[in-house]
Design a protein around this ligand. Structure first.
Ligand code: BGC
Length: 467
């Protein structure tokens, strides 16, 4: 075992939180990898990362069901090259490492690997090897999603998630990824936001396949659960030390004031589909747990008005307290270490938001909320910010989530830092949202105005000692 692996073993997240480790021999590739940089938060080894997804970032994909959806005219913008991550991944990994991060989350695009059923494209496989090597060479831990809302069009044509037999097809793809990339990856996410995927694809018809059938939605939700359990087994068969989960979308629902605390808690569990999440986290046959860590995404507080207005991501209500509450809630339910797979904030075309939230103060306020939960005993493994660059926001390039701005629609791919970059850099350097960072990036008041920095009083101006 190489020396750095031994060091990592000693300091690993595994040792710190309930067996979720990352020190292990990784065969020949270890020679090319640099030890994941060690960061500590609240006395715990911690992953500070950025998050992206293949179809939204890489571009140049012609075989996925999303491409077919766009070509059928369902998306206002056409995603030609996304943020050109396919060609610019090395630059984005440099930017990630440059902020001090030690983790990078992205997805493998099944359609790039297997554009035609049963035919593996060596170029697609080689791309993901290059990407994973690049991630590891910069001391970043790869966190890999296997299904981020996309799959090959041939899979959709076979009935997608509405056909039980396709669970085995997905399992075959996962087993392939486990064999091929497993030596380089320990942290896996099978499905990105299964609850959003089912609701968007089978109830709201905003995502492919664009159905509005509650009956089909129930069947698909069950099938995703089976597919997740099968993937969990396949990943563990390849590597018993693999860490597998799925990331649930959660929001704080604007219900407060209408009910007492207990009722509010129950309503929150129902509206965030917490029971559906718990069902997916268990093998339906054996009843055994199929997650090694809890993972969720948190963006905002949602009221009914927001739900009707979802495509205006820049109007989602920032509410860091909801993030704190979600961490507490998921910890109470699962008692597992938690990976925050996504948190972030959108502007509209990069313009300032009306409510005064900026990427910088949003990030600092949410990290502060997370640290409060950690201090109260919630074991958080990592915080993965969405996203490293602006990218394809499922139908549009207008919502901008990037730490780095990119004019994807114009295919002008220069990476321009936003105010989120120095903020994230500062957070990582300080091991969290230090008082200095909170002063430098204060959260806005409810009316959108920023608190004024305290003015020096007469005593200070006269040079008198403080009372
Ligand atoms: C999804 C991402 C999306 C982000 C911002 C999450 O729901 O996983 O794909 O871009 O939120 O809307």
């Amino acid at each position: 075992m190489r020396a750095w692996h031994k060091g990592m073993l000693a300091l690993s997240l595994a040792a710190a939180v309930a067996g979720c480790g990352q020190g292990r021999p990784q065969g020949a590739v270890a020679a090319r990898a640099v030890a994941p940089a060690i960061r500590m938060v609240e006395g715990q080894p911690f992953m500070w990362g950025v998050s992206t997804a293949g179809y939204q970032w890489e571009g140049h994909d012609s075989a996925s069901q999303w491409k077919a959806w766009e070509q059928a005219g369902h998306a206002p913008d056409q995603n030609v090259a996304a943020a050109d991550g396919l060609n610019r991944h090395a630059e984005d990994l440099d930017l990630t490492a440059g902020m001090g991060c030690n983790a990078f989350r992205t997805s493998i695009e099944w359609s790039r690997i297997e554009p035609t059923e049963g035919v593996i494209d060596p170029a697609g496989v080689a791309f993901y090897h290059r990407l994973l090597d690049g991630i590891r060479a910069r001391g970043l831990t790869p966190i890999v999603t296997l299904h981020h809302f996309t799959h090959p069009e041939w899979f959709a044509k076979k009935g997608g998630w509405e056909q039980e037999a396709n669970v085995a097809t997905f399992e075959r793809y996962v087993a392939f990824c486990a064999r091929e990339f497993g030596p380089k990856v320990q942290w896996w996410i099978t499905f990105n936001e299964p609850n959003v995927y089912v609701a968007g694809g089978w109830l709201a018809a905003g995502l492919p396949p664009g159905r509005k059938s509650p009956l089909a939605a129930i069947g698909v939700a069950k099938r995703l659960g089976r597919a997740h359990a099968a993937a969990y087994r396949a990943l563990h068969a390849q590597d018993p030390d693999a860490k597998v989960s799925f990331n649930w979308y959660t929001a704080e629902w604007a219900l407060s004031g209408l009910m007492d605390a207990q009722e509010e808690d129950q309503a929150l569990r129902a509206t965030t589909h917490d029971d559906a999440m718990a069902a997916m986290a268990k093998d339906e046959r054996s009843g055994q747990r199929t997650i090694d860590y809890t993972s969720f995404d948190y963006y905002c507080k949602l009221s009914l008005r927001d739900v009707l207005n979802l495509p205006r991501q820049d109007r989602w209500q920032a509410y860091p307290e909801g993030f704190y509450k979600a961490l507490k809630r998921y910890h109470a339910r699962y008692r597992l270490p938690i990976l925050v797979a996504e948190n972030g904030m959108a502007t509209w075309e990069g313009l300032p938001r009306a409510d005064g939230w900026t990427r910088a103060n949003h990030l600092v306020a949410h990290v502060k909320a997370m640290q409060q939960a950690m201090r109260e005993g919630v074991p958080v493994l990592g915080y993965v910010h969405w996203s490293i660059t602006d990218n394809w926001e499922w139908g549009s390039f207008s919502p901008r989530f990037g730490l780095y701005r990119v004019e994807c629609r114009q295919q002008e791919f220069t990476r321009i830092p936003t105010d989120g970059v120095p903020a994230y850099q500062g957070v990582i350097q300080a091991g969290g949202a230090s008082p200095e960072l909170q002063l430098r990036f204060p959260a806005p008041r409810a009316d959108g105005s920023l608190p004024m920095p305290a003015l020096p009083g007469p005593a200070t101006l006269l040079g008198l000692p403080p009372r």
